[in-house]
Ligand binder design. Structure first.
Ligand code: FAD
Length: 358
């Protein structure tokens, strides 16, 4: 039986970058569909800041953007960093934007009711696939279980496993709920005009719009829990309507439609870290369900997760993989992305019921 230091399950952007960060070890990335298929294969892969009132979530997103640009550029991946103009969606948003301005930390320029950031760009998924190479196996994982000091993954053994399966539940982790959010990214050819620019930079309003070669690329993810959603022209036309709010599209032909489910956590932050052994932790400290702060947590040693990348997987994945590596090697703090925040909340709400069932 083959042995690895790390098996990473899920070859989306989260799994691929996590694998890359551990490339100095004996690793294997496994995906049933291939590398960067899933949500990652559908994404517009836009990289751009977030604006909001003071918020640790926005700080996380914007730090991730800077880290991601640096990461991709060091690998020679073109980030098409020509800037992004973020525009308010409606009248209410115009008022909010005025309030947000004082919290913006990245360099920006006010343009009309919106803000222009030089830290805006996009990457091509095909180029990422080409430039980030890691040992890979195309296979569906059906079994993960502890086997002595190892984890058994199908018929392979690994000291550590990293779960990066996106919106799909491979195993039940009671305190982690991932919500699928459907979105589409399309490309159109045709005739269009923008007021003042030649679309050198890209726009973000109700969707992201960029000129890519001679086409317009338009992307948005917005439909929560719509498991019956599929790629279709009706949705593509909905996207084109949104794009028309920023670009005067006179005629178009739909050249490509890609759809997918991105994985969102309940509090929007990514979910990263070692998986908690819920049974053991609650049995040893049953008062946690009554609200007591856990004195310690029992973990499923060597079993990690990197998920909940939200609508910003191409930037979040870099920061999350970097933090996961630091956590594993140096026990550094994972802060707000740590899975334990979800455990504590879940235990107070559902822990008692769970204890009765075991
Ligand atoms: C239409 C659309 C547009 C988007 N636009 C952007 C954007 O502009 N910028 C941005 O940063 N983000 C964007 N996103 C979000 C981004 O795509 C996601 O956050 C990111 O791709 C999530 O990556 P992931 O690796 O977590 O999941 P995924 O890419 O879904 O990868 C999970 C992988 O796990 C594999 N898997 C699951 N179960 C198993 C199993 N049992 N065995 C083997 N393999 C398994 C799946 O096959 C899949 O390939 C967009 C998403 C969509 C859908």
């Amino acid at each position: 039986m083959k042995h690895f230091d790390y098996i990473i399950i899920g070859g989306g952007i989260a799994g691929l970058i996590a694998a890359y960060f551990f490339k100095d070890k004996k690793i294997l990335l496994i995906d049933k569909k291939g590398i960067l298929q899933g949500a990652s294969g559908a994404a517009g892969a836009f990289l751009f800041p977030k604006i909001s009132k003071k918020s640790s979530y926005t700080d996380f997103i914007n730090n991730s953007i800077i880290t991601a640009f640096e990461f991709y550029e060091n690998l020679g991946i073109d980030t098409h960093k020509k800037g992004v103009l973020i525009l308010p969606r409606d009248e209410r948003d115009i008022e909010k934007f005025k309030e947000y301005e004082k919290y913006i930390k990245l360099p920006y320029e006010k343009r009309g009711d919106g803000f222009f950031f030089e830290d805006g760009g996009f990457i091509e998924v095909d180029e990422v696939r080409e430039k980030i190479k890691v040992p890979f196996l195309k296979e569906k994982v059906e079994l993960i279980k502890k086997d002595g000091d190892f984890w058994r993954v199908n018929d392979l053994l690994a000291k550590n496993v990293i779960l990066a399966t996106g919106y799909e539940d491979l195993i039940d982790i009671p305190y982690i709920k991932i919500r699928p959010v459907w979105g589409e990214r399309i490309e159109i050819s045709g005739e269009w005009r923008v007021e003042s620019e030649e679309l050198n930079f890209f726009y973000h309003k109700n969707c992201s719009v960029a000129k890519v070669k001679e086409r317009l690329r338009i992307g948005a993810t917005h439909k929560r829990n719509c498991l019956e959603c599929r790629e279709n022209e009706e949705e593509a036309i909905e996207l084109i309507q949104k794009a028309k709010e920023v670009v005067d599209i006179k005629s178009y032909r739909i050249e490509d439609i890609k759809g997918g489910f991105r994985a969102a956590s309940v509090d929007y932050f990514p979910i990263v870290g070692e998986i908690i052994d819920v049974n053991k932790t609650l049995n040893l400290q049953p008062k946690i369900v009554k609200g007591e702060i856990p004195k310690y947590l029992e973990y499923k040693k060597g079993f990690y997760i990197i998920n909940g990348m939200g609508g910003r997987g191409f930037s979040n994945a870099v920061m999350c993989a970097k933090m996961l590596k630091n956590y594993i090697e140096n026990r550094s703090n994972l802060g707000k992305i740590d899975t334990k925040r979800l455990f504590i909340k879940w235990a107070r709400k559902e822990g008692e019921k769970f204890l009765k069932t075991i």
